[in-house]
Design a protein around this ligand. Structure first.
Ligand SMILES: Cc1cc2nc3c(=O)[nH]c(=O)nc-3n(C[C@H](O)[C@H](O)[C@H](O)COP(=O)(O)OP(=O)(O)OC[C@H]3O[C@@H](n4cnc5c(N)ncnc54)[C@H](O)[C@@H]3O)c2cc1C
Length: 412
């Protein structure tokens, strides 16, 4: 059994480790010239960390990440709407990690090279065509200049090639570009004095604009952390974004700063933090409608290629990791590769489609949206604005849907 994995992001690389762990062969093809540590902060939830722990990566992650201790939902003035412990401190048997996306990818990539060999990941190889028949699947890879550089044969082809997936575009040629909801996300990170516990995460604001701040690594001096921030604000009505979605596009300070002005969070001087951030990036909040199917014979989709979702609720990387585990398990136990891909889809597609839909409504952050709508200028008593039971239903209801409520993680 050999799998061709298209895409060396978190989804593709974890899939390679999962397959190797089960004695299955694979090759990873990545279009970039090198696996570089790109991106900024990402949160990885306990159900996904449990999978990475199963792959023996917990210690390595601990060395580069922050074990998230608590999460605050605040209004734009810093008043508390909801607070909850996270990870081990919430009773899970594994931590939640706040981590630099590139370092997470780097830890996984190093493990792939050690276990599968340096040649298991072929960079500079962009998928440009694939065919399948009863005997297997064949994929053709090209360099940036369009020259053919490799042909791969395998039993299955896994499209882990992100939101602009080539594989998906061939399976669903009429789908068109991702959907934009009119919101822009700016994100960056800077070395900054630790706030609150040094392991706290804040999500503040509401429908008009949101602010997210959390540490993702130790800083360069004692008492400092590499502190990730993100601001989300409405800048359009949806349709086509002003600039194509690209995780590596630099943001414009003059476009961002007017949205920052509305926040007055006592715990962190956000304006100063952003001013101290040398470069930051923009990303229009895009997703795609859930698909009716992912698997077509010997070809399937995984991670953002299968279910791109708005980056709320810390689910992008986590769900890709869960996909990888599920697909690898089915490839071992199913009667044929095709049956494995169909079973994987049957298990994962409905769950992830539900998260895509839920994230469109704000996911767990719906709790601050609701409070901002009811009390845009602040409140004296949160109970009088939105009682505990209603706040709990929004936040904990999302955890249930996304499969990371403590009892679900323990039971699994
Ligand atoms: C550069 C980058 C920066 C990011 N930064 C953040 C961030 O700061 N915060 C956050 O929450 N999320 C970020 N994300 C998204 C996040 O990593 C994903 O949502 C999540 O990890 C799921 O990953 P994935 O492996 O499914 O997709 P991705 O991480 O998008 O990986 C897909 C991979 O496939 C490769 N690829 C695409 N097309 C082809 C092709 N035709 N042939 C071969 N290879 C191909 C891409 O180069 C990429 O490496 C970023 C993604 C990227 C690519």
């Amino acid at each position: 059994m050999k799998a061709i994995i298209v895409g060396g992001g978190i989804g593709g690389l974890v899939t390679a480790l999962m397959l190797h762990e089960r004695g299955l062969g694979c090759e990873v093809y990545e279009q970039a010239e090198a696996i570089r540590e790109l991106g900024v902060g990402i949160n990885t939830l306990p159900h996904a960390i449990r999978e990475l722990k199963g792959l023996g990566l917990l210690e390595r992650l601990d060395a580069v990440a922050i074990r998230t201790y608590e999460l605050f939902y605040l209004n734009r003035l810093g008043q508390e709407i909801w607070r909850e412990p996270r990870g081990l401190d919430a009773g899970y048997d594994v931590p939640q990690f706040s981590i630099h996306r590139g370092r997470l990818q780097g830890v996984i990539y190093e493990a792939v090279k050690e276990r599968l060999g340096a040649h298991a990941v072929r960079t500079g190889c962009r998928l440009g065509a694939f065919t399948q028949d009863e005997g297997g699947v064949t994929a053709y890879f090209f360099d940036r200049g369009g020259a053919h550089v490799a042909t791969a044969h395998g039993d299955v082809l896994i499209g882990a090639d992100g939101i602009h997936s080539f594989v998906r575009s061939r399976l669903f040629p009429d789908e068109g570009p991702p959907c934009w909801n009119g919101l822009m996300l700016w994100r960056g990170a800077a070395d900054w004095p630790a706030f609150l516990t040094g392991r706290s995460m804040i999500v503040a604001g509401g429908l008009s604009a949101k602010l997210v701040v959390y540490p993702i690594a130790e800083g360069t001096k004692p008492g400092h952390k590499l502190t990730n921030w993100a601001v989300v604000a409405k800048i359009g009505e949806g349709g086509a974004p002003p600039r194509k979605e690209d995780w590596s596009r630099p943001g414009l300070r003059e476009e961002l700063m007017p949205h920052v002005a509305r926040f007055a969070i006592p715990h962190v001087d956000v304006k100063a933090l952003i001013a101290a951030t040398p470069e930051f990036w923009e990303y229009p909040m895009c997703d795609r409608d859930p698909l009716p199917r992912w698997s077509h014979g010997r070809v399937t989709l995984l991670g953002d290629a299968a279910h791109p979702m708005y980056p709320v609720g810390s689910n992008g990387a986590s769900q890709a990791i869960l996909d990888a585990r599920c697909l690898a398990d089915w490839l071992v136990k199913a009667e044929s590769p095709m049956a494995a891909l169909a079973a994987y889809e049957a298990e994962r597609l409905p769950l992830t489609a539900e998260i895509v839909r839920s994230n469109r409504k704000g996911g767990p952050e719906g709790v601050i949206d609701a409070v901002e709508a009811l009390a845009p200028d602040g409140f004296e008593d949160i109970e009088a604005v939105l009682p505990y039971a209603e706040r709990e239903a929004i936040v904990r209801g999302y955890a249930q849907k996304a499969g990371f409520a403590p009892e679900q993680v323990k039971a699994a």
